[in-house]
Structures are given as structure tokens and as C-alpha cells.
Design a protein around this ligand. Structure first.
Ligand code: IVH
Length: 676
């Protein structure tokens, strides 16, 4: 594959780069797929332009620089007015430079800017005669495009009839929303056609196709018009388009916004960029336009792009990499989920090595094979996902993906009746892992159950969940292999102690998703009893510090699944001991004499002296009992660092910030009354 990151050092490297760019643009603007991602394409065109700056005589006629659509010529319907492209900038600094250049050209400050999403679809011109849609044309090379009028009926937001009988050409972008994309792929695969790689690749193919036996809907967003009686300011023009019945991005969270200053525009650019992952359609940048018609006219346009508008490109969210393998992981509810192992690929600054593959049916539908080059998608915080293979890039060495025939964790059968496969044991498939977690030092702290003993208890059917531990009898244990009187008594004693563990630890032992030790302490302190936690709905959970609406929903679902287990624990009075209070609770209830009241404490290094035996969780509990607040990292808000042996960077940072530092021994003196 061509290296797009290095400058071009020879005329043959330049010629190769031009050929690669032409091929990629042709694929992009028709319906092919190209292994060259958007970022790489942009980098390649920049390298070509840099080479041409230094060697103007060597410029090749098919070079993509200075051309709309990188020279991918399609169509023979002449445009009334050329359909231009946009110049790109790639950072806030470059955007500021563009704005300075524009104002220099105008000789005055720009009279406001409109900031709107750069919709990742296909530009079209919709010609209306007396208010009736007469012809739909692609952008093509900007001078002439392809007639796609046949596709107009399936494009939402592009009305067959305007609200006024005007002769006007409305321009904008046709795209697939994420839902439309999923529907399109379902319809296509039901008809035996290969699914589209991603929404952007799907649009050109769909709009250009004729005589398909099925209908696939897409969406239009208008952003320009030719032939309105007067030149309108851009924000006014967008309102006018909506009045005429066309849809615009105004109906979306990333709505176009008027900004009086360049600073405001920069801020709106950041806002739209931050919204990207949550939008129901793809954007590949943010467009900034001089709003005033007079500014636009004065700035004018070049042959390729207007000077009054610019696209602030965002990093690509789709990248191509190789599918190296598929792992099958059993989740805590017994769901068996495939996960793609990928050749590492950087997407928006993050190296992606794993991606979700949803479920087996999805793998089949996408026709994936091990060794395939695949599109991977990642935006914001979403889990990266594999979208589709680049079938044309296959070498013949690809291998089919093997589906498991038995549960990869416990070897029992798989329930394949639903799309998401599940071990027939459901949650119990995880029983051993769940019990090992539950008896850990920071949860129920039952020594002797972390290893093979847990397997033995589960396999003999004595224990299916943690509540069963509390009903084990001496006789049952003595009957087990390698279980003598002493081990039995020790285990029963440890279980009896565990019964008196505070609620936060018992709750933590359940391993509810999203609730570690700290969150379990907060939940326990907030609700006070297992019965109250069991009865909590999402709204009640969202009252707890650190639980947002989404997390609350996840916890409620988990609690519902764990309902029978919770009932057993409640019936057995497990977890009724007093809970270690959270910092907030401690601060309000503790007397002012709490030794750590108002302190924000960080612990680092290994503890010694009286604290040597405490796990980090027990240290945290101690600090909270003493009225302090625990944090994992040193910041300006930290007031105290407990630095044990081998304290490293946290100690250095605390010293730099002038934060009080105590040895474990001095700290133990401070909280001595609370040490038991
Ligand atoms: S304005 C003269 N506005 O991006 C006006 N274009 O990379 C030029 N695009 O060719 C276009 N969203 O296909 C404009 N809000 C938006 C856009 C947008 C997407 C596309 C359009 C353009 C391409 C340039």
C-alpha cells in the first residue's frame, strides 16, 4: 500500500501518488471501496500539492489537485452553475489562518460566520420547475453530473413538490442515516446482495443503481440554492430552504449556527465535533462559511472551491486493517460474543486492536473471513466495530471463521435460538469465576475458596451462586474429596465471618456491572440495606454520586437479573453489618474531630508498619471512615499523600505541588483510633 505520510522525493513517487489518488477518488465517488482511508487520501493529495509547488513543470494532467472530486469524472448533465468543492483545514490554527486570510481579502472583519456539519454523503442538485422536482443530478466533476432522477422518490427530505411554485435548484447532500444504513444492509442481504461497507460507500452505489428489485431510503439535507430571486445571507437561505419544504441540518443536534466572531465559530466547531459520535448520521468535518451574501460575493470563488467557506476536517472514523482472528468470549450472563482481533490501526489517535463483531449471524451476513482487509469504525467512546470486508482485495488465502460448537468457557451446549448465542447455563456458566471474585479479599474475604475448591463446590452442585455458600453444612463439606475436619472447620469459620461483612462488601461481591469497590461503598451507604438496593429503580440509583442515567439503567437491569440471588441473601441476613460510609456520608455524619475531615487523600507505594496488612481497598475504606475522600491520582485538589515504599511519580508530583506527604507510620498515628 502506498505510504501517504512521507513527502514525495522523486518524479516516479509523484506519478505513483497521482495514480493512487485517481484510483481512490474514482472508487470513492462511484461505489467502489478503496483501501485508502479519508485521512490517507487527504495526506496523499497534500503531498502531491507540495511536490507540485516545487516542481510546477512536472504537474500531471490527471493530478487531483485543483479538481472537484479529485478528477473522478462521472456524468454528462451540465450544471447551471459549477458545483464546487471545499478547501480543507485540519486544525484550529489552520482555521484561524483561513479566517485571517478571508478578512484580509475583505479588508474588514467578516460579518458573521455560519458553522454547520460537513455531511458525509454525496452532493446533489435538485432542479425544480414551478415547484415540482424535475431532475436530480450528482455533482460529478463539478461542471457536469450524472442524472439520478430515478432515485429521487426514495430520498427523504427532498420533496417532490415545494411549498411555492418556484424555478429553483436546491443543492445539498444525500446520506444514509445509521438506521437507514442498517435497513439498507438488511434489505440487500435478504436479496442475496453483499452488504455495503459503510454508509458513505453505500450512497453513491444506491443512488446510481437502476432497476433494483427493492427500495432503499436515504436522506437529503440542503445547504445551497441557485436561482432564488435575491442573494440571501447563508443562515437566511437555510431557513428559506426549510420553508420551501426541503430538510436541512437545522433539525439535528449539529444544527447550523450563526457565530458573530471567529472565536465563537471555533467553539461551535468543537461542539459539533464533540457531537459526532452521538449523531444519527456520519459527518467528516465541520463547514465554516461567511454568512453575509455581500461577504461571499466579495471573497469570490476559485475554480475548485469558494474562498468564503472552508471545511475543518475531522479525523476519519473508518479505517482499513486486517482481520487476524476471532475470539469468542463468554460474558457474565452467558452470552457468547465474537470479538475481532485486528492488525493494530490508529483511528482518531487511538490504537485499535480489538473490535466487536456483534453476533454469529452478523459475521455471516457480512461475509467476513480471517485474513480479510476490513473496514473498522470507531468514533468517540463507542466500542470499535468491524463493518465489512474489502472483497476485491482478497488474495485467496483467507480462511472461514470457525463458530464454536460448545461453550468456550464451560464446554456445555450453546443456545443458538436467538441472534446472540448464549451458554445453556446462562449466568451459571460463570459460577466459578463469579464465586472466585465474590470470595476475594476486598469482597467477602473467604480464604481457601479462590482456587480449585470453588470448581469442586460448583461441579458437585453444592454451590451455584454466592448465597449457597452460607447454607453449606459440615456434612456436605466433609463428604468432599480432600476435605478434612480442619479444612472444613476453617472454611465454615471463614464463611461465618463473611456473613458479617458490611453491605458494601456483600454488594461488591455480586459483581454487578459498573460497580467496583468505591461504587459499592457509595451504593451501600446511600441505600443502607440489600432490600432497599433491590427495590431501587433507575431514578433512585441516579441519586448516587457518580451514577449517571446510562449507568443507572445498566445497574437496574443487572439487579433484575440477580433478583433471585438478592432475595436469597436478604432471607439469609447476609450483609446486614454496618457499611463503611462514603466520604460524603462520613463528612456529614462524623464529628468535626474526624481526623481526615476535608482531606483529599491519595495513597501510593507499599504500606508498612501497622498498615502493612491492608489492601489498597482497605486503606481506602479506612480513609473514608476517617472522613477523608480518596482519589487515585495526585492533582491540585489533593491535600495529603500517603507515600509508602517505592512511591514514584505520584510522590514527585505531590512534592512539586507542595502537597503534605506522610509516611505510612505517621499516617497510622493520625488514624490510630480507627485501626482495629
Ligand atoms: S458547501 C459552494 N456545505 O463537502 C458550496 N458542502 O468536500 C460548496 N458537504 O462538495 C459546498 N456538507 O459535497 C457545503 N454543509 C455543507 C456540506 C458540504 C457536506 C460536501 C459537499 C462538498 C464537499 C466538499
Amino acid at each position: 500500500m502506498i505510504d501517504t505520510s512521507a513527502p514525495l522525493s522523486s518524479s516516479s513517487a509523484y506519478a505513483d501518488a497521482v495514480a493512487a489518488a485517481v484510483q481512490a477518488a474514482a472508487a470513492y465517488y462511484t461505489d467502489g471501496v478503496t483501501p485508502l482511508g479519508d485521512d490517507e487520501y487527504d495526506a496523499l493529495v497534500r503531498a502531491i500539492a507540495a511536490y507540485e509547488d516545487v516542481h510546477p513543470d512536472e504537474r500531471l494532467p490527471d493530478s487531483p489537485t485543483g479538481k472537484v472530486a479529485g478528477g473522478a469524472v462521472v456524468g454528462d448533465v451540465p450544471h447551471s452553475v459549477p458545483m464546487l468543492s471545499l478547501d480543507n483545514v485540519f486544525s484550529a490554527d489552520e482555521l484561524a489562518e483561513w479566517a485571517t486570510g478571508l478578512e484580509r481579502r475583505l479588508g474588514r472583519p467578516v460579518a458573521g460566520l455560519c458553522v454547520e456539519p460537513k455531511l458525509d454523503g454525496l452532493a446533489v442538485a435538485a432542479r425544480y420547475r414551478a415547484g415540482r422536482l424535475a431532475q436530480l443530478i450528482t455533482r460529478g466533476d463539478g461542471q457536469a453530473g450524472e442524472d439520478i432522477t430515478h432515485a429521487a422518490g426514495a430520498i427523504l427530505g427532498l420533496p417532490p413538490l415545494l411549498t411555492e411554485p418556484l424555478d429553483v435548484e436546491i443543492r445539498g447532500e444525500v446520506l444514509f442515516t445509521n438506521d437507514q444504513f442498517d435497513q439498507a444492509n438488511q434489505i440487500r442481504t435478504a436479496h442475496g446482495a453483499a452488504p455495503f461497507a459503510n454508509p458513505r460507500n453505500a450512497v453513491a452505489g444506491t443512488l446510481r443503481a437502476k432497476d433494483r428489485p427493492y427500495r432503499v431510503e436515504s436522506t437529503f439535507f440542503g445547504y445551497d440554492a441557485v436561482g432564488l430571486p435575491i442573494d440571501l445571507d447563508h443562515t437566511v437561505l437555510l431557513r428559506r430552504l426549510a420553508e420551501l419544504g426541503a430538510s436541512t441540518a437545522a433539525s439535528t443536534a449539529a444544527h447550523p449556527q450563526y457565530c458573530a466572531t471567529v472565536e465563537e465559530a471555533q467553539q461551535r466547531v468543537e461542539e459539533i465535533a464533540a457531537l459526532r459520535a452521538a449523531l444519527p448520521f456520519g459527518i467528516d468535518g465541520v463547514v465554516v462559511k461567511a454568512d453575509a451574501a455581500a461577504d461571499q460575493e466579495q471573497a469570490g470563488s476559485g475554480s475548485r472551491a469558494p474562498r468564503w467557506a472552508v471545511a475543518r476536517k475531522l479525523p476519519a472514523v473508518h479505517k482499513v486493517t486486517r482481520l487476524l482472528g476471532v475470539e469468542w468470549n463468554v460474558g457474565r450472563t452467558g452470552i457468547i460474543a465474537p470479538r475481532a482481533v485486528l492488525a493494530p490501526v490508529v483511528i482518531d489517535g487511538v490504537t485499535v486492536t480489538y473490535a466487536t463483531l456483534h453476533n454469529p449471524a452478523d459475521i455471516t451476513r457480512r461475509g467476513l473471513m480471517i485474513g480479510d482487509q476490513v473496514f473498522v469504525y470507531r468514533a468517540g467512546d463507542v466500542i470499535p466495530r468491524v463493518e465489512a470486508p474489502l472483497v476485491d482485495e482478497r488474495t485467496g488465502t483467507e480462511q472461514p471463521i470457525a463458530f464454536p460448537e460448545a461453550c468456550p468457557r464451560c464446554g456445555d451446549a450453546i443456545d443458538t435460538s436467538e441472534q446472540r448465542w448464549r451458554c445453556v447455563r446462562g449466568r451459571n456458566c460463570q459460577a466459578v469465576a463469579s464465586i472466585r471474585y465474590a470470595v476475594g479479599r476486598d469482597q467477602l474475604d473467604i480464604e481457601g475458596l479462590g482456587g480449585t475448591r470453588a470448581v469442586q463446590l460448583v461441579e458437585t452442585g453444592l454451590v451455584a451462586d454466592i448465597a449457597d455458600l452460607f447454607t453449606l453444612t459440615r456434612e456436605q463439606l466433609l463428604a468432599l474429596d480432600r476435605m478434612g475436619e480442619t479444612s472444613t472447620d476453617n472454611l465454615l469459620a471463614a464463611i461465618a465471618t463473611a456473613r458479617t461483612q458490611p453491605l458494601n462488601r456483600v454488594f461488591c461481591a455480586l459483581g454487578v456491572r459498573g460497580t467496583g469497590r468505591t461504587m459499592s461503598r457509595r451504593i451501600a451507604a446511600h441505600f443502607g440495606s440489600m432490600a432497599a438496593i433491590r427495590a431501587a429503580d433507575a431514578a433512585a440509583l441516579a441519586q448516587v454520586e457518580g451514577i449517571g442515567a446510562e449507568k443507572a439503567r445498566v445497574i437496574v437491569t443487572e439487579l433484575a437479573e440477580l433478583g433471585p440471588l438478592l432475595d436469597k441473601l436478604i432471607a439469609q441476613n447476609v450483609g446486614t453489618a454496618e457499611t463503611a460510609p462514603t466520604a460524603a456520608a462520613a463528612a456529614t455524619t462524623a464529628a468535626a474531630g474526624s481526623p481526615l475531615a476535608g482531606e483529599a487523600v491519595v495513597v501510593t507505594g507499599s504500606m508498612t508498619g501497622a498498615l502493612a496488612a491492608l489492601s489498597r481497598n482497605e486503606m481506602n475504606e479506612l480513609i473514608e471512615r476517617a472522613g477523608g475522600k480518596v482519589s487515585g491520582s495526585v492533582s491540585k485538589k489533593t491535600t495529603l499523600l500517603v507515600a509508602g515504599e517505592k512511591a514514584g511519580s505520584k510522590r514527585a508530583k505531590a512534592e512539586e505541588l507542595g502537597i503534605r506527604i506522610l509516611t505510612p507510620e505517621d499516617f497510622a498515628d493520625l488514624v490510630t483510633d480507627l485501626l482495629t
